[in-house]
Design a protein around this ligand. Structure first.
Ligand code: HEM
Length: 151
């Protein structure tokens, strides 16, 4: 199904782009909530984004990576089309896993003491910066796939 942004993208990719940008803004707002010491609202906001992103990975990005990128990886890694998506996917996995770990430490008691970090701010700031980099590399992937080839 054709997308709605007027590029070469299909509907899923356009939807993913818009949802990802909204989630990026939501995370920034969530960080401001923490600055205002509204920790409960902060936790709910960031956890919701993290879980919604799991859904977007499962529905759009993981299948797309398996179909479009993985089969060609060994042969054509020099091509920007594959490079952008591969860098993005590796960083994206790291950001999602780090986010899940932070939620487990901050929001639950399931992890033993030795696996729990104490410097919350440091971990959460690192995650926010990593997420921003992943978001940018996702937009770069979108441009490499759907904008540049259709010019
Ligand atoms: C913090 C986590 C992530 C963020 C913020 C993010 C963000 C984005 C954005 C903005 C796009 C452009 C929209 C699109 O083309 O669909 C995108 C596309 C893509 N992402 Fe991610 N992503 C994340 C995690 C991942 C992971 C874990 C993978 C690997 C499995 C991945 C693989 C891809 C692929 C293959 C595309 C191109 C999809 C397509 O257009 O069909 N992403 N991502």
């Amino acid at each position: 199904m054709k997308g709605f942004l007027g590029t070469g993208a299909n509907f899923g990719a356009d939807l993913n782009l818009v949802v990802q940008l909204i989630m990026g803004v939501s995370l920034a707002i969530g960080a401001l909530l923490a600055k205002q010491k509204r920790y409960r609202a902060h936790g709910i906001c960031q956890t919701t984004v993290l879980l919604l992103n799991l859904l977007m990975i499962g529905l759009v990005m993981w299948p797309s990576f398996q179909q479009q990128v993985k089969p060609a990886l060994s042969k054509v890694l020099h091509k920007w089309y594959y490079e952008a998506a591969t860098i993005h996917a590796v960083l994206g996995m790291a950001a999602e896993l780090l986010g899940l770990y932070i939620v487990l430490v901050a929001g639950t008691d399931v992890l033993p003491q030795w696996l729990r970090f104490k410097h919350w701010k440091r971990w959460m700031r690192t995650e926010l910066v990593l997420w921003a980099i992943v978001l940018l590399s996702g937009v770069a992937t979108y441009c490499a796939w759907y904008v540049a080839p259709f010019r």
